[in-house]
Design a protein around this ligand. Sequence first.
Ligand code: 13P
Length: 261
Amino acid sequence: MMARKTYIIANWKMNFTPGEASLYLHRLADKIPAMRNVQVVLAPSLISLQTLSLQINRRQFKLAAQNFYWRDYGAYTGEVSVSQIRGFVDYAIVGHSERRYVFNESDKDIAQKVAAAIRNGLTPVLCIGETATERRNGETNSAIYSQLLGGLSEVSEEDINKVIIAYEPVWAISSNKNARPANPSDIAEAQRVIRHQIAKLYGEAVALDIPILYGGSVSKDTAAGYLDIAGIDGLLIGGASLIADSFCAIVESAKGKYNER
Ligand code: 13P
C-alpha cells in the first residue's frame, strides 16, 4: 500500500482565550516545520479561528472547527454556520463524544454536519467510538457500525474520499472518569472493523484509502506506538495538545515515521 499522509490534529476543546491561542500558536510555529507527509491541524475554539487564520502559515498548519451548525444561514440565534467559517478552516471535527454525550447530538445531527462540511468544501473528521458500557457488554462493533452508518448516511460515493474517520473510544478520553489509554490491539481491531464497514458501504478501494485516526489519552510517550499500528493514519489529541513540549514531541514522532521509511 502507498504510504499515506499522517494527520496530527490538536483539539484544544474549550481552552485558551484568543490572545492565549495566538501566543501558543507562535510557540508551536517556532518548533514545528512545514512537512509534506505530516499534516498538522489545530482546532481552537470558534472565537479564535479568525485571529489564528490570519496568523498561520497554511503550509505549516491547517485549522479545524470543533463545531458548527449544519444550516448555512438563517434565524438560528447563537449558532455559527460552516459557511461563515469556511474561509478560516480546512477541516471540521464532527460527532465528537463530548458533542454526542454532553450536548445530545444524534447521528442525524452528525450526518447533517458531515454533509454541510462537504458542501462547503471542508474535510469532516467524523469521530466515532464506543462507551465503556458498550465495550463491557460486547457491543463495541455494533456501536462503531451504527455511528458510521448514521454519520455517513448523507455521504455519496463521490464524496466519501473527502472524509476522515477518528476512532475515539469514549472510555479512553482523558477527561472521562477512570479514563485509560486503549491498547494497540484494541485500536487495530477497531480500525479493521471500520474498514470492513466502509467496504460494505462504499467498496474495498475506498475502505483501504480512507484515513483513520486514533484519539484518547495520547501522550508524547505513547504517540509513536499508536502511529505504528497498521491502518492508523494519525492522531486526534486533546490534553497533550495544550502543552507545547508534548505536542511538538508527538509531531516529531509522526515525522520520524517518514524518516524511517
Ligand atoms: P485526550 O487526548 O485529552 O484524551 O482527548 C482526546 C480527544 O477527545 C480529542 O478529540
